[in-house]
Design a protein around this ligand. Structure first.
Ligand code: CTP
Ligand code: MG
Length: 239
């Protein structure tokens, strides 16, 4: 059944979905790869559409697949589909250009985080609505993290690496999406055309604007490598 979005909601969700999915291996753009018989993008959009304050969803699709993505998503939710760009940042910018001026809260959400619960979309949006300029969902880091450098010598699998130091894990966080922004804040960050960043909050942070953390969700894991698809399939029972 096609989801209804909330015409009185104050949130636009931009969904960059134009990546190639190289780390997932051969098989076409990642957002269109299947998880339990449905494309990742369908899983992602269905959950975003279920968040009560979402007024519109803008998907940046691979340029060659814009029409196919429109047809794919039409039965899922009313979405706007635009052509994405060569880098994630360009795809976000293309989606951003399609947001009407009266939307106050903008969320940027990876299609690759296909199982992200609607509750996380709402909690990020609520924090922006509550006065935060920029909001990211985060999880504690579970592994020990070390800084390494080249040893200069050849090891069994290429140049050997040696440990330079151990980073204090207690102050580190893994960052997820959706990331939320006051409209003017995201617009200014993109207009500044800052150097490549893997997330939008990175651009805002470089501009000196405070970025607030809210608790993330294990279900918002990013599907990146083949193992992640196996994990996501298992998680479908709880997502
Ligand atoms: N993305 C995008 N446009 C790009 C690159 C990435 O819209 N030019 C999107 C992806 O579709 C994904 C999200 O940004 O939903 C996060 O990117 P990532 O997980 O790196 O996906 P891919 O770039 O597709 O994967 P890979 O880096 O393995 O090629
Ligand atoms: Mg990528």
């Amino acid at each position: 059944m096609t989801a209804q979005l909330n015409a009185r909601g104050d949130v636009a969700v931009l969904v960059p979905a134009a990546g190639a999915g190289l780390r997932l291996g051969p098989g076409g753009p990642k957002a269109l790869r299947l998880l339990a018989g449905e494309p990742l993008l369908v899983h992602a959009v269905r959950r975003v559409a279920a968040a009560p304050s979402v007024r519109l969803i803008i998907v940046a699709a691979p340029a060659a697949d814009v029409e196919a993505v429109r047809a794919l998503l039409a039965p899922v939710a009313p979405v706007t589909v635009v052509a994405g760009g060569a880098e994630r940042q360009h795809s976000v910018a293309a989606a951003l250009a399609a947001v009407p001026e009266d939307v106050g809260v903008e969320l940027v959400h990876d299609a690759a985080r296909a199982l992200t619960p609607p509750e996380l979309v709402e909690s990020v949006a609520a924090a922006v609505r509550g006065g935060c300029a920029a909001v990211i969902p985060v999880l504690p880091v579970v592994d020990t993290i070390k800084e390494v450098g080249s040893a200069g010598a050849e090891g069994p699998s290429g140049p050997a690496e040696v440990v330079l130091g151990t980073v204090d894990r207690a102050v580190l966080r893994s960052v997820q999406t959706p990331q939320g922004f006051r409209r003017d804040v995201l617009a200014a960050a993109h207009a500044a055309g800052l150097a490549a960043h893997t997330d939008d909050a990175g651009m805002v942070e470089k501009a000196g604007i405070p970025v607030t953390c809210v608790p993330g969700s294990d279900l918002a894991m990013k599907i990146t490598r083949p193992l992640d698809l196996v994990i996501a399939e298992a998680l479908l029972h709880v997502a």
